[in-house]
Write a protein that binds this ligand. Structure first.
Ligand code: OAD
Length: 224
């Protein structure tokens, strides 16, 4: 079974900025000021404004050809992306390691729900059930990944014979460990990324191209 592990690079092709590298969000912004619980508690308006901007940007984009290719081939996806583009492309099996920026949850009660407003009607948004502060249901630095996402990822990797590692810098733990896990269980690893990454030495094949061109090359060269 083929499985894909994706990162921001697969969405970069439709104009959604990556975090690192050329044009990366973390070159301009300090992740500690925007992607941690303490930053959110200190200034929820600032953090929500940044998410509002990203949500608005993402809403007007469409999935890339690479997203569509993975969906058409019915390849299960483990993604670090929170943009929901794999689902919009029609992928049925998507494990979201870092949550989803269209989902919100309350810091005060157990409310969790979807919110697609762009721009948000109020900043910061309030819980419809208790009036508490809502946060984006994404994983911030210092927070654990959702247990279910880890379990589902490991289950997929237990059966995976080939892992396509697409558009990730492989620099964020623990997602960056998944290729090691797959390799230990005998999977072949293929990296599709225009740049070298810390995961590159692990790879059986490296395709130094963007996600769409790289996937096309992969599917045309290998009988699947
Ligand atoms: P990064 O921004 O760290 O890395 C993006 C990768 O995509 C780089 O290795 C680029 O070389 C590559 N890339 C750029 N254009 C590409 C293209 N057209 N096709 C294929 N690859 C391309 O993104 P992630 O590895 O996803 O976490 O970052 C991991 C996590 O760090 C994110 O999920 C986010 C961030 O902080 C949280 O928000 C918790």
């Amino acid at each position: 079974m083929i499985v894909a592990l994706t990162g921001a690079g697969i969405s970069a092709e439709v104009g959604i900025p990556t975090f690192r590298g050329k044009g990366g969000l973390w070159n301009k912004e300090d992740p500690k000021e925007l992607a941690t619980l303490s930053a959110f508690l200190k200034d929820p308006v600032k953090v929500w404004k940044w998410y509002d901007w990203r949500r608005s940007l993402i809403k007007e984009k469409h999935p890339s050809e690479a997203h569509h290719l993975l969906a058409r081939k019915k390849i299960p996806v483990i993604t670090q992306n929170v943009d929901g583009l794999h689902q919009r492309a029609g992928s049925e099996q998507v494990v979201e390691l870092h949550g989803n920026l269209w989902r919100v949850r309350c810091l005060n009660c157990s409310y969790k729900g979807w919110n697609y407003d762009t721009p948000l009607k109020e900043v910061p948004p309030k819980c419809p059930e208790c009036g508490g502060l809502l946060r984006p249901d994404v994983v911030w630095f210092g927070e654990p990944l959702p247990e279910e996402a880890i379990r589902e990822s490991l289950e997929l990797l237990n059966y995976c014979s080939l892992l396509l590692v697409i558009g990730t810098s492989g620099s964020v733990y623990p997602a960056s460990q998944l290729p090691y896990y797959a390799k230990e269980r005998g999977a072949k690893l293929v990296e599709i990324n225009p740049e070298e990454t810390p995961l590159s030495p692990l790879m059986d094949l490296k395709i130094r191209k963007g996600a769409t061109e790289g996937l096309k090359e992969f599917f045309s060269s290998y009988e699947l």
